[in-house]
Write a new protein. Structure first.
Length: 331
C-alpha cells in the first residue's frame, strides 16, 4: 500500500464531512512532506514518526493508555514476546481466517501497541491502525518490519474513533477489541465505526460485558474511584504493589479448578495462560491490571443492546454473545 494510494483511497478532512464526492476535495502532501494540507480549508495535518496525526491535543482522556503501551510495547506482540496469545484470541473471537484477511482493507479501531494490527498485517492485508493515544508510536515501531517482509501493509493514524478521518464505507473488515467501553460515548463509537464498512463488509466488536461477576468486583470498583486521575508512574507503582501481594495467590488458585473463579474477586486482572512462564504471566497480569485502573471511562455494554443498535443501523447477520458482536453491511 503506497501512501499516495492510501491518502486518495481513504482520508478526508473534517471540513469535508458534508461535501459531495464530485467536488474532489483532497488531502495532499505539503512541500515539507511531513504534513498534509486540505485543499478546501487549508488545514494542516502533521506526519510525525511516519504516523499521520489527526489529534491536536495529545494530552487527552487516554493519556495513560499511551504511556502504558509505550512502556509495555512488546508484551502482547506475539512474534516479539514469543507467544501466540494475540493470534489465538483474534482468530477465536472474530471467526476470520488468514484467507479472509488477504489483500483486504482492514480498520483496526483502537489499535493500542498493535497486537492485532500485527496479526492482521502478517496475512497480507492493508491495515489502517487507529488510536487516540500516543500508543500509535508503539504500534508504528512494532509493525514497521511487517511492511519490509512483504507480507502486509500498515498505516498508523492518531485519530479519534468517535470522529474518524475517513470517507465512509471504505473497509472490507473492521476490528475493534477492548476499546468502546473506554470512550465517553460507546453508542456513538459503535455506530460511527460500523459506518466505515463497505457494502458486504464484516465487523467484529469486543467489549466489557455487563455481568454479575463484574458487580462482585467490589475492590476494583472502589479503587477506581481514585485511580483514573493518577499519573502513570503512580499508577504503575500502585499496580506493581497489588501484583506483588496478589499475583502468587492468584497463580496458585489458577491451578485448582474449584478456586479459579475466586480470582475474579481479587483486585488484579489475573492472566494465567497455559505454557507461559511465571514471569510472562506476571507481566501480562501487571499490564492488564493497569488497564483496569488507568482508564478515565469504563462503560460496560450488554451484547444484546449492542447487537440491537447495529440492527437498527441496518446491519445484517448480527450475532452476539458475552462481550462480542459480529455483523455485516448489506451488499
Amino acid at each position: 500500500m503506497e501512501k499516495d494510494e492510501f491518502i486518495s483511497h481513504l482520508l478526508v478532512c473534517q471540513c469535508q464531512k458534508n461535501i459531495s464526492d464530485n467536488q474532489k476535495i483532497t488531502l495532499s502532501p505539503t512541500a515539507s512532506i511531513n504534513s498534509l494540507r486540505c485543499s478546501l480549508c487549508s488545514k494542516i495535518y502533521v506526519i510525525g514518526n511516519d504516523v499521520l496525526r489527526f489529534v491536536e491535543d495529545a494530552d487527552n482522556y487516554v493519556e495513560n493508555f499511551g504511556k502504558q503501551w509505550l512502556r509495555f510495547r512488546e508484551t502482547q506482540i506475539d512474534r516479539l514476546a514469543g507467544h501466540t496469545l494475540s493470534a489465538d484470541r483474534f482468530y477465536r473471537d472474530t471467526g476470520w481466517s488468514p484467507a479472509t484477511l488477504e489483500s483486504k482493507w482492514v480498520l483496526d479501531a483502537g489499535c493500542g501497541a498493535g497486537r492485532f494490527t500485527d496479526v492482521i498485517a502478517q496475512n497480507g492485508a492493508n491495515v489502517i491502525a487507529v488510536d487516540l493515544s500516543l500508543a500509535v508510536d508503539a504500534c508504528q515501531r512494532n509493525c514497521v518490519d511487517i511492511e519490509q517482509s512483504g507480507r502486509g501493509a500498515v498505516q498508523v493514524i492518531q485519530g479519534d474513533i468517535l470522529n474518524l478521518p475517513f470517507k465512509q464505507g471504505q473497509f472490507d473488515l473492521v476490528h475493534c477489541a477492548g476499546v468502546i467501553q473506554h470512550t465517553p460515548d460507546p453508542e456513538k463509537a459503535i455506530l460511527h465505526i460500523a459506518s466505515q464498512l463497505k457494502p458486504g463488509g464484516q465487523l467484529f466488536f469486543n467489549f466489557y460485558e455487563k455481568s454479575l461477576s463484574a458487580k462482585l468486583q467490589l475492590i476494583k470498583y472502589f479503587l477506581r474511584r481514585f485511580t483514573p486521575g493518577w499519573s502513570i508512574s503512580t499508577l504503575e507503582a500502585f499496580c506493581q504493589m497489588l501484583c506483588v501481594i496478589f499475583f502468587l495467590p492468584s497463580w496458585g488458585m489458577s491451578k485448582i479448578p474449584i478456586l479459579r473463579q475466586v480470582n475474579r474477586l481479587l483486585p488484579i486482572c489475573s492472566v494465567h495462560p497455559k505454557g507461559l512462564s511465571f514471569t510472562v504471566q506476571y507481566q501480562l497480569t501487571l499490564l492488564d491490571t493497569l488497564d483496569w485502573y488507568g482508564p478515565r471511562y469504563e462503560y460496560r455494554q450488554s451484547h444484546h443492546e449492542v447487537a440491537a443498535a447495529l440492527r437498527d443501523a441496518g446491519l445484517i447477520d448480527v450475532r452476539s454473545d458475552q462481550g462480542r458482536v459480529w455483523a455485516r453491511q448489506p451488499e
